[in-house]
Write a protein that binds this ligand. Structure first.
Ligand code: MYR
Length: 131
């Protein structure tokens, strides 16, 4: 269900979320228009993700339940896991600089990929349309 090419269509409360993450206003303004595109290829419990945006392109490989390292687009390093809860991917990532947790989910809702983000009490969403 997750497989395909997904392009960000709109975001909700993403600026506040990034602010809580400690990202400065200049980077936040750029990030609001990052044209994020993710290509997801799931094979069993293995995922290959190609991320591209105005900031970078990046290949990510992970296996459900297995911890991996990832760097956010602003350079913040995190480590954590994705799990599948029914039809919802649930990610729990810990920042290496302050040990705070960033929680995220991905679910396909009415043909759109909805990704939620939660950090330090602030929630946001990004909604992606299939390309
Ligand atoms: C992936 O599955 O795409 C890689 C792992 C994702 C880890 C968590 C992503 C959170 C991204 C939040 C970006 C906000 C910038 C402050």
């Amino acid at each position: 269900a997750f497989n395909g090419t997904w392009k960000v269509e709109h975001s909700e409360n993403y600026d506040k979320f990034m602010e809580q993450m400690g990202i400065n206003v200049v980077k936040r303004k750029l990030a609001e228009h990052d044209n994020l595109k993710i290509v997801i290829e799931q094979t069993g419990d293995k995922f290959h993700i190609k991320e591209s945006s105005t900031f970078r392109t990046k290949d990510i490989d992970f296996t459900l339940g297995v911890e991996f390292d990832y760097s956010l687009a602003d350079g913040t390093d995190v480590s954590g896991t994705w799990e599948l809860d029914g039809d919802v991917l649930t990610g729990k990532f810990t920042r290496k600089d302050n040990n705070k947790v960033l929680s995220t989910t991905r679910a396909v809702v009415d043909g759109e990929l909805v990704q939620s983000y939660s950090y330090d009490g602030v929630n946001a969403k990004r909604i992606f349309k299939k390309a």
